[in-house]
Design a protein around this ligand. Structure first.
Ligand code: 4AD
Ligand code: MG
Length: 472
C-alpha cells in the first residue's frame, strides 16, 4: 500500500498517533521557540501544520539535524516530517502535528524559486505552468477537474451509455467550419523550395488529414449500433480567437442517443449538468470555497448561484423568440442583433443573465449558421439545434437532433458545397436502419470555468494551447 496522504491524516482521530508527512513546504513561521511549517501534498487545499519546538524543554525533543534543517527551509522544498497528530488549539484546522524530525529531500533556493509566499498574478503563473499546480488555486482547479472527469463517466455509465474512443486524426471536417489543424509528414521545407503543390497521395495517410474538431460523426456510427454512447477526448480548433473562452486544444464530452429527438436531448443535457453540479458541490466544496475566497478575479457568490441552478428547471426559448428579446434591447449591443445572425457572446450573456437569470436552452437556429448534419424543421429555415447558455460564459453546450433522412442530408451537403462521396460512410447510417438520433457536445473547460468562476479558460487546463501559445 502507498503511504497515507495528508487529506487522510486530517481525518484521523487526534490521539497522539505517530505519523509521517510527505509534501512541499508552503510557509514557515517562527514564534519564540516554535517553528510552524505548513506542508501541502496536493491532496487537500489546506495541507497540514507541523509544529517544531526548538526549546530545551520541547517535547518531543528535536534532533539536532532537524534544528539545522529548520534553520534554512525555503518555501517549495520537499520534506518528510515525523511527529504525532494532536488536536489543534489554533483556528483554521482541527488537528496539527507535534513534529520531532524533518528531512529535506529537495531544496528550493529562495533566490531563484519563482513561487514565493506572496500572491502571484494568474498571468505570471501561466508563464510557469509547470510549477503553478503547486499553488493553492491551481491545486484546487486540478482536483475539481479530476473529480468532474470521473463524474462524466459516472453519469453516462449509470445511464447505460458506452464510452467510445473516437479517432483523433481524421479526414473529415465534422463541423464543416474549416478550423482544422492539418497533420502531415510531407517535407514542407522541400516543397516550398521546389515551388510544387503538395501531392497528398504521398502523404502519410495518402490524403489530407487533420486533428479532429469533434468525435460526433464517428460517435453517431456507434450510437446507431449500441443505442447510447459518449466520447470524452481532446478536440482541436484552429480558430484564430484570442478570447477567455477559446482554446486550440480542449476536451469535449459528446453523448449520442439513438431513437431520440431534441426534447430527449435537452432533458439529457439538463440532467447531465445537474449531476455534475451535485457532484462538485458535494465533493469539492472546500476547493470551490477556497477559489472563491482567495481569487479576487473570480466572481463572488458562485457556489450559491450553482446551488440555485440545481433547484430550478432550465428555461427553453427558440432562437426566434430570443432574437425578439435581443432586438428590443438593441442599444445594449456592439453587434446589432438581427434574425439570421449568429449569437455573439454579448447576446448570449444578455439572454442568460438579463432575460432568464440562469441557464437557458436556445433551440431552432437558422440553418445557415449551424452545421450540415442538423435536422431540418418543417419551416425549412431552421434546424433542430440547441445551445445551452449559462451566466458569465454563454455557450457551454452545443447539440442537435441529426438529419436521419438520406436525401435531405445529401441535399444539405450539396447546398453547402460538400462532397457527399467524402462522407459516404456517414450517409450509410441513413441508408441502413436509420433512426432519429440526437446528441450534444460540452466543452469540458467551459464547464470547469462555470463551476470555479475562473475567468480565463487557460487557467482550467494544465497546459493551454491557444493562438501563439504551445509552451511545455
Ligand atoms: O458547438 P460545438 O462546435 O459543437 C460540436 O462540436 C458538436 N459536434 C457537438 C455535438 O453535437 N456532438 O462545440 C461544442 C462545445 C461548445 O458548446 C463549447 O462548450 C465547446 O465545445 N467549445 C470550445 N471550448 C473551448 N475552446 C474552443 N475553441 C471551443 N469550441 C467549442
Ligand atoms: Mg456551438
Amino acid at each position: 500500500m502507498l503511504f497515507p496522504l495528508i487529506k487522510d491524516l486530517l481525518h484521523l482521530p487526534a490521539e497522539s498517533q505517530e505519523l509521517t508527512i510527505r509534501g512541499w513546504v508552503r510557509t514557515k513561521r517562527e514564534l519564540k521557540n516554535l517553528t510552524f511549517v505548513d506542508v501541502n501534498d496536493g491532496s487537500s487545499p489546506g495541507g497540514i501544520q507541523c509544529i517544531f519546538d526548538r526549546g530545551s524543554t520541547g517535547h518531543p525533543r528535536l534532533s539536532s539535524s532537524a534544528a539545522v534543517i529548520l534553520g534554512s527551509l525555503p518555501t517549495g522544498s520537499s520534506v518528510i516530517i515525523r511527529g504525532r497528530l494532536i488536536p489543534s488549539p489554533g483556528s483554521g484546522q482541527t488537528v496539527e502535528v507535534a513534529a520531532y524530525d524533518i528531512e529535506c529531500i529537495g531544496d528550493a533556493p529562495a533566490e531563484v524559486y519563482p513561487l514565493q509566499k506572496k500572491r502571484h498574478s494568474l498571468e505570471f503563473l501561466r508563464e510557469i505552468a509547470h510549477l503553478r499546480a503547486r499553488t493553492t488555486t491551481f491545486g484546487a482547479v486540478a482536483r475539481v477537474r479530476s473529480r468532474l472527469a470521473f463524474g462524466v463517466h459516472q453519469f453516462f455509465q449509470e445511464q447505460g451509455f458506452h464510452y467510445i474512443h473516437t479517432p483523433i486524426i481524421t479526414g473529415s471536417d465534422a463541423e464543416g467550419a474549416g478550423a482544422l489543424f492539418q497533420v502531415t509528414t510531407l517535407d514542407l521545407k522541400a516543397l516550398a523550395q521546389s515551388g510544387k503543390e503538395p501531392d497528398y497521395r504521398e502523404d502519410f495517410f495518402g490524403k489530407p488529414s487533420y486533428l479532429t474538431v469533434s468525435g460526433q460523426l464517428e460517435a453517431e456510427t456507434y450510437a446507431t449500433a449500441l443505442s447510447r454512447v459518449y466520447t470524452f477526448g481532446p478536440t482541436f480548433r484552429a480558430e484564430n480567437s484570442n478570447t477567455t473562452r477559446h482554446l486550440a486544444e480542449f476536451w469535449m464530452i459528446e453523448p449520442e442517443i439513438a431513437f431520440a429527438d431534441l426534447t430527449d436531448n435537452m432533458q439529457l443535457a439538463e440532467a447531465f449538468l445537474k449531476f455534475l453540479l451535485t457532484v462538485v458541490l458535494r465533493d469539492c466544496a472546500e476547493d470551490l470555497a477556497f477559489i472563491e475566497k482567495v481569487n479576487s478575479r473570480t466572481e463572488k457568490g458562485i457556489t450559491a448561484a450553482l446551488q440555485k441552478v440545481l433547484d430550478s428547471r432550465f428555461t427553453h426559448i427558440s432562437y426566434t423568440d430570443a432574437l425578439s428579446a435581443l432586438e428590443k434591447n438593441a442599444s445594449d449591443f456592439t453587434f446589432k442583433p438581427f434574425w439570421g445572425c449568429d449569437l455573439q457572446s454579448e447576446h448570449e450573456k444578455f439572454l442568460t443573465e438579463k432575460v432568464v437569470g440562469g441557464p437557458v436552452i436556445v433551440t431552432d437556429y437558422p440553418k445557415e449558421i449551424k452545421a450540415f448534419y442538423m435536422k431540418l424543421n418543417d419551416d425549412e429555415k431552421t434546424v433542430r439545434a440547441m445551445d445551452v447558455l449559462v451566466p458569465r460564459l454563454g455557450e457551454i453546450i452545443g447539440g442537435s437532433q441529426r438529419e436521419e433522412t438520406y436525401s435531405r442530408l445529401e441535399n444539405r451537403m450539396l447546398e453547402l458545397g460538400m462532397r457527399p462521396e467524402d462522407y459516404a460512410w456517414y450517409l450509410d447510417l441513413r441508408r441502413y436502419g436509420t433512426v432519429p438520433h440526437a446528441g450534444f457536445g460540452m466543452g469540458f473547460e467551459r464547464f470547469i470555468q462555470y463551476v470555479t468562476g475562473m475567468v480565463n479558460i487557460r487557467d482550467v487546463i494544465p497546459y493551454p494551447r491557444a493562438v501563439g501559445q504551445a509552451e511545455f
